[in-house]
Ligand binder design. Structure first.
Ligand code: BES
Ligand code: ZN
Length: 618
């Protein structure tokens, strides 16, 4: 839970934005008042301090002042503010407001007439949620430390003082000082190589300056940085795979289709507008599967399976270059506009590149997962246009905005036809390019394009009611039906070695493991392991499903494998279910607590915060 920050009288008020654009609602997750003074450009001059685990330096903000009497209000989370100065170097008064928990504190800066720019000198504080500093032991190379940032949803305020709302877009430039030998990358369309810093203070070690520019206006959650020992492999003129040197060959082979994916996406949704599309494979502590930082998608190394079977993550992050990065959810209540559209597009790209059998398997697996998840969630969390109220955006994070969101578009497709929907989606992206949009705006846009849509699908139910509407189009997959046939045979006593499962794809194995009956028992598990070698698989999706089942069926031969997994991989999507499954029994819980105590320091704050609730919960 977070505390509400907007004065009661303003809740539900409207924030004026660009003159010709419709007004946007106030963002309950930002303390900023961009309706009074709006930040347009952020210029960063920062040093990365690995030993102090902080960044420090200056952020210079260019302002658009629609209310000349109003102060500038920024978001900040545990930032150590040193001073605020105007363009001529004279100081400006500033104050940090009340501590609002994970929302942070408002930084209010008194402006004088004529101030068009202010510079904040600051350092990030302890437990900056956006920053994860990794020890060399957490990297593949084992020699150098690593740093990456994660901005979404409201974490950027923990390393940059700015207006941390998805409805406020900025361009940015950055000069970053980093230890020599490490590479710095940012989500920028211009990235210059290192310039040596000549005059060093004695004993400070040598460092390089790296320069970046992002000329397209982006929301703050997409400002991203990574620094470590990195190497790069060009796939095409505009696409490269970047990873630690020891991971690069495997990553480059796995993601070799990236240029083909961009071309396929362009055919579907129109020109790719960001210049480069590079993939940065991070160390395994990265808490997400992927993050769509513009020009530079951040990726988990767990997506490397050896057979390109998990590349739907790339299709997904790439699709965000339209849904999310070009047209952005105006508030975190509209998060489904980012993720639901993106999952819909992800599957369209997968279909175009790898055929409808593969896409339909992924659709049906997601449907099955969604049905189960809806049972576990509170009703308010299953509404597409969610009302987060006083909740942190993370409390609304589930498969609902993703997969119910994608089903919404599948249902529209069913009603109006694919060609018509594609045309309208293209128009949506063109009309809203580099702007924020609300769910209500989408609804109006859709009804304008298809005036009789409401008679075919109940838009109110889809957008505002909990659960899955009865007309949600259930995906069909004969490949997954074959798996269900074999599951039935297994249940009837057939030995795993006699099952008919040659040439199964990853999605089929996932269906198999997820469809295993509860109470199969350790003996069946041992037979399965001997026959299929699940414990040895290099495919982390399969391994995850297997480990979860192993905990449930008390198959203790997997204990070491599980512990190793929990100690090295930081992906929240895997960690949470595994710890939850462990906590289902008292012995398992004791084991989970012991592992968690050792593993937690290596987890990113977003994973650690989610997991703490499992252990503090009871
Ligand atoms: N933008 C999300 C990740 C995210 C969402 C971070 C909300 C913080 C807050 C990203 O595009 C995403 O959805 N990643 C998925 C992978 C995808 C294939 C479904 C993930 O990390 O699991
Ligand atoms: Zn996404």
């Amino acid at each position: 839970m977070i505390e509400r920050l907007i004065p009661a009288g303003l809740v539900g008020g409207l924030l004026a934005c660009a003159a010709d654009a419709p007004p946007l609602p106030l963002d309950a997750h930002s303390l900023a008042r961009p309706d009074h003074v709006r930040v347009q450009h952020v210029s960063l001059d920062l040093a990365l301090d690995f030993s102090g685990e902080r960044v420090h330096g200056r952020a210079t903000l260019t302002l658009d002042r629609s209310d000349p009497a109003a102060p500038l209000i920024l978001d900040s989370y545990r930032l150590q503010i040193e001073s605020v100065r105007a363009e001529d170097g004279s100081e400006r008064q500033w104050a940090l407001g009340e501590d609002r928990g994970r929302l942070g504190r408002a930084l209010t800066i008194q402006l004088e007439d004529g101030d068009r720019e202010v510079s904040v000198t600051y350092a990030s504080g302890e437990d900056a949620e956006a920053l994860q500093f990794l020890t060399p032991a957490q990297t593949d190379g084992g020699q150098q430390p690593f740093l990456f940032t994660q901005g979404q949803a409201i974490l950027t305020r923990s390393w940059i003082p700015l207006q941390d709302s998805p409805a406020v877009r900025v361009t940015y430039d950055a000069t970053i000082r980093a230890p020599r030998g490490l590479t710095v990358l940012m989500s920028a369309n211009s990235r210059n190589g290192p310039t040596p810093v000549l005059e060093e203070a004695p004993g400070s070690g040598s460092s390089d300056l790296w320069r970046f520019r992002m000329d397209h206006p982006i929301p703050s959650y997409l400002i991203a940085l990574a620094c470590g020992e990195l190497a790069s492999h060009d796939v095409s003129e505009r696409c490269a795979i970047i990873a630690e040197p020891g991971v690069l060959a495997a990553a480059a082979a796995e993601f070799a289709d990236v240029e083909r994916m961009v071309q396929s996406a362009e055919r579907l949704f129109g020109e790719y507008r960001w210049g480069r599309y590079d993939l940065l494979v991070l160390p395994p502590a990265f808490p997400y599967g992927g993050m769509e930082n513009p020009t530079l998608t951040f990726l988990t190394p767990t997506a490397i399976a050896g057979d390109q079977s998990l590349v739907s993550i790339i299709a997904h992050e790439l699709a965000h270059s339209w849904s999310g990065n070009l047209v952005t959810n105006a508030t975190w209540d509209d998060f489904w506009l980012n993720e639901g559209f993106t999952v819909y597009f992800e599957r369209r790209i997968m279909e175009a590149l790898y055929g409808s059998d593969r896409a339909n398997m992924e659709r049906l697996l997601a449907w099955q997962g969604l049905e189960q998840e809806i049972q576990q969630l509170e009703p308010w969390q299953t509404v597409l246009h969610i009302d987060l109220g006083d909740h942190h955006p993370d409390d609304g994070f589930s498969g609902v905005p993703y997969n119910k969101g994608a089903l919404f578009l599948r249902r529209v497709e069913e009603c109006v036809g694919r060609a018509a929907l594609d045309r309208v989606l293209g128009e949506w992206f063109d009309a809203g390019a580099f702007e924020a949009r609300t769910t209500d705006q989408w609804r109006l846009f859709l009804l304008d394009a298809f005036p009789d849509l409401q008679s075919k699908m109940d838009l109110d139910e889809w957008l505002t009611a909990p659960g899955l509407p009865a007309d949600a189009p259930r995906p069909q997959s004969s490949a997954l039906s074959k798996v269900d046939d074999q599951l039935l045979r297994l249940r009837e006593g057939t030995h795993p070695a006699d099952l008919d499962c040659s040439d199964w794809a990853t999605s089929q194995w996932l269906r198999f493991l997820n469809g295993m009956p509860e109470g199969a028992g350790a003996q069946t598990m041992a037979q399965l392991d001997q026959t299929f070698g699940f414990g040895e698989t290099g495919n982390n999706e399969i391994l995850f499903a297997w480990l979860r089942l192993a905990i449930q069926e008390r198959y203790s031969a997997m204990d070491d494998r599980l512990e190793q997994f929990l100690m090295t991989i930081g992906r929240r999507k895997y960690l949470k279910p595994l710890y939850e499954q462990l906590c289902a029994t008292p012995e398992g819980r004791a084991r989970a607590e012991a592992i968690y105590e050792r593993a937690r320091p290596g987890y990113h704050a977003v994973s650690a915060i989610s997991l703490d609730s499992i252990f503090d919960g009871e």
